[in-house]
Design a protein around this ligand. Structure first.
Ligand code: DGY
Length: 318
């Protein structure tokens, strides 16, 4: 009997193809309701979830003792209770590396769009409100030549630094760990968080979500930023206190923000929705055709490997 595999959402064929030979259920196009997930997971040996599903002890127990592996189709895995998985002998994997460049592209896109007011400009044009070129119309700070502070200097943060140097920007970074090789390679100076916030024109966040990084950027940190600064977040919503950010933007304490992630997705703080000086994207950091194929393939490869008794490529535990 082929082992049962639950894929929680419709994923690219590049992934599904690699699961041939297993008894695969693809649950739904939209995020499944919790009770639907708990029912569908019964008897699964492998689960391939996305960031929209919380895979915790309850889900693992609903799957039963035959559950061997959970392969998240994402690099971030704050939606998985890794400790509960480890206690149950369940392997957890993610999809690192394959989305680095695409996510860095998204961060740079938001940085440019927020500085140069692209969202606001497009809204003006589409609403029929654009009547003439204006010498002071929709002006924002230059990006090129400015100082970019990168919070979280892993692979995505480093990929962003590479883009920044192409725009003659000066990359600096803050991270829990110093990376002197990357500093040399990218010409990026290490700064303490406060120094980075006080001294940068652009700040982009690339940390994983952990108890330590939850609300890493709140009222106090926003007050330290320059009034003409732009904040970008493509990591996880709860790293930024959304209400505090909405206040800072409304009071023009910082110039603008570009966001791809939110504290309670798919909800967005209502105040942010009202503001002109924030560009809002619906968690599309890794949403290129090539990258989503690679993420789906890596998650499926990991799942198939564990069910065949082999080592997965990118394990988180064990
Ligand atoms: C990830 O991989 O963690 C993203 O947020 C989903 O693309």
């Amino acid at each position: 009997m082929p082992e049962k595999v639950l894929v929680t959402r419709e994923i690219p064929d590049a992934g599904l193809r690699l699961l041939e030979g297993f008894d695969v259920t693809v649950l739904s196009e939209a995020p499944p309701e919790r009770d639907v997930l708990l029912e569908a997971v019964r008897g699964a040996a492998g689960i391939l979830p996305t960031v929209t599903e919380r895979i915790d002890a309850e889900v693992m127990d609903a799957a039963g003792e035959g559950l061997k592996v959970v392969t998240n189709m994402a690099v971030g895995y704050d939606n998985i209770d890794v400790e509960a998985a480890t206690e149950r002998g369940v392997v957890v994997t993610n999809t690192p590396e394959v989305l680095n460049e695409t996510t860095a592209d998204t961060a740079f896109m938001l940085l440019l769009a927020a500085a140069r007011r692209l969202g606001e400009a497009e809204r003006l044009l589409r609403s029929g409100g654009w009547d003439a070129w204006g010498p002071k119309q929709l002006i924002g700070p230059d990006v090129w030549g400015k100082r970019l502070g990168i919070i979280g200097f892993g692979r995505i943060g480093q990929a962003l630094a590479r883009r920044a140097t192409g725009f003659s920007m000066e990359p600096v970074y803050h991270d829990q760990y110093r990376n002197e090789d990357a500093e040399r390679e990218l010409g990026a100076q290490y700064l303490e968080l406060d120094e980075l916030l006080e001294g940068c024109d652009f700040v982009s966040i690339h940390t994983p979500l952990t108890p330590e990084t939850t609300h890493l950027i709140g009222t106090e940190e926003l007050r330290k930023m320059k009034q003409e600064a732009v904040l970008v977040n493509t990591s996880r919503g709860p790293v930024v206190d959304e209400a505090a950010l909405a206040d800072a933007l409304a009071e023009r304490r910082i110039f603008a923000a570009g966001l791809d992630v939110y504290e309670e997705e798919p909800k967005v703080h209502p105040k942010l929705l009202e503001l002109e000086n924030v560009v809002l994207a619906p968690h599309i950091g890794s949403a290129s055709i090539e990258t989503r194929d690679k993420m789906a393939a890596l998650a499926a490869e990991n799942l198939a490997a564990v069910l065949r008794g082999e080592q997965p490529k990118t394990p988180i535990n064990g």
